[in-house]
Each structure stands twice: as structure tokens, then as C-alpha cells.
Design a binder for this molecule. Sequence first.
Ligand code: PGA
Length: 253
Amino acid sequence: MRKPFVAGNWKMNTDSHSSISLAEAIASGSSDIAGKSVSVAVFPPFIYLQSVFKALNTSNIAVGAQNFYFEPDGAFTGEISVAMLKDIGCTFALCGHSERRHVIGESDELINKKVTAAISGGVFPVFCVGELLDERKASQTNEVITRQTKNGLAGLIAEKISAVTIAYEPVWAIGTGLTATPQQAQEAHELIRNLLAEMYDARLAEEIRILYGGSVKPNNAAELMRQKDIDGVLVGGASLNADDFLTIIRAAV
Ligand code: PGA
């Protein structure tokens, strides 16, 4: 049985005060269920990771990073390593988020290096895949998801793959207010689970959590998470409002 997982991606938002107050409000409002019937994680900007980690310290809410570099150390100005994330208490890290793929220009190959480095360094990757609007219109959704999933997980042996959470985030639904219908999302999730069964085995495919992301809000979260292969949600905009995020966390249980 897969425990539901609700993750909040704060992107390039909050400041030194609001990041702490948001973390505290989420922790106090979810203390009866977070870490028990639902896994909860927040992904603040790098610069607030440590203070958010401290603010969440007695809660069961995990902290994740939005990004990192795959090299262990050295002359990589401006970059952050997996070991540094681990050092300050990060449990998770996003890999392959659409804004990094399409705004920053990260390739499948780079994303694969990151997923691999995160697992080796003991940080659980939340590996994102998803098609652009033009790709969906051109009926290329399955092809894009298949390519991104296979390339992103290339070379990872079965013992490593259980460390991965996958997030299906159709790019046309991110930050747009357009959500995939529960049926569209379920179809994509089922495709990903079948791919995992093909690449690894059916038992592993059943264990891996696949989250949906893209304009998840308090009013659509429950129905999305009722779908058979949707094991939780990766929330952007609505995770910046404690009440909205708490409603979404409760919708998971
Ligand atoms: P959104 O972002 O909920 O604001 O659409 C989701 C994401 O990018 O993870």
C-alpha cells in the first residue's frame, strides 16, 4: 500500500520571515496526520532551507531542495551538492521539474545524472516528467512521458529505483489554472507505472509513488488523488497559502 505524499514546491517565492511562518503554520495544522497517514514535504528556496528545517524540527514534515548539481564538490560556482543538502537535513530533491527543463534548459541526460547523484548521496529524488501543450495537441504525450522516464532513470538498477518518487506534471497545467482531468492524469500515471513494470518489475512498479502536479488546488485535489495510480500531489501556487496547502494535505487521507 502506497502512503499518500503531498509536496509543496515554493519555487522562487517567500522571504526569510514568510518562509518560517508558512512552515510553522503547515506544521501546526497537520501535526495529527503528517508523517503518519500522509507524507508531507516542502521545497523552499535554497537560502531558506536551514531556517525552514529548524522551524519544522519537531514536526514530521520533510524538507526538500528544488535543485542541486550532480558533481560531489569542486569548482562549480553557484552550485549546491547533494552532500550539502544531506548535511543540512534535506530528505528530498526535485529533479527534472519543467521549469528547469524548459526555462533553464536542462536535458534528459543532465537530469539522469542528477537523479543518479541524489540516490547515491542519500537524498530521495522527486523526478518530474510531463508534456508541453503542443506535444499533447500533437498526440505525443505518451511518447514524451516514455522518453523522459526512460532517459531520466537510465542506468538505475532495481535496488536504487525504490528511492525515487515520480511526479507527472503536464507543462500546460503548471501555474496556468488548467488542471489535467482526473482521467487524463490517471492515464499518464498508468502509463508511467506500466513503464516501471517493463523497466524493472511489477512489484517495484506497485511500490513507487507517482504524484500529479499542475494547478492542484483545494477544490480538485481529492478527486485527483482518488484515481488508482495517483499517490499524491506536487503543489506549486497553492502550497504558498497554509490554509490551502493544509486542505490539500487533508484531502490525501
Ligand atoms: P502549480 O505548480 O501548482 O503552481 O501549477 C506545480 C509545480 O510546478 O510543481
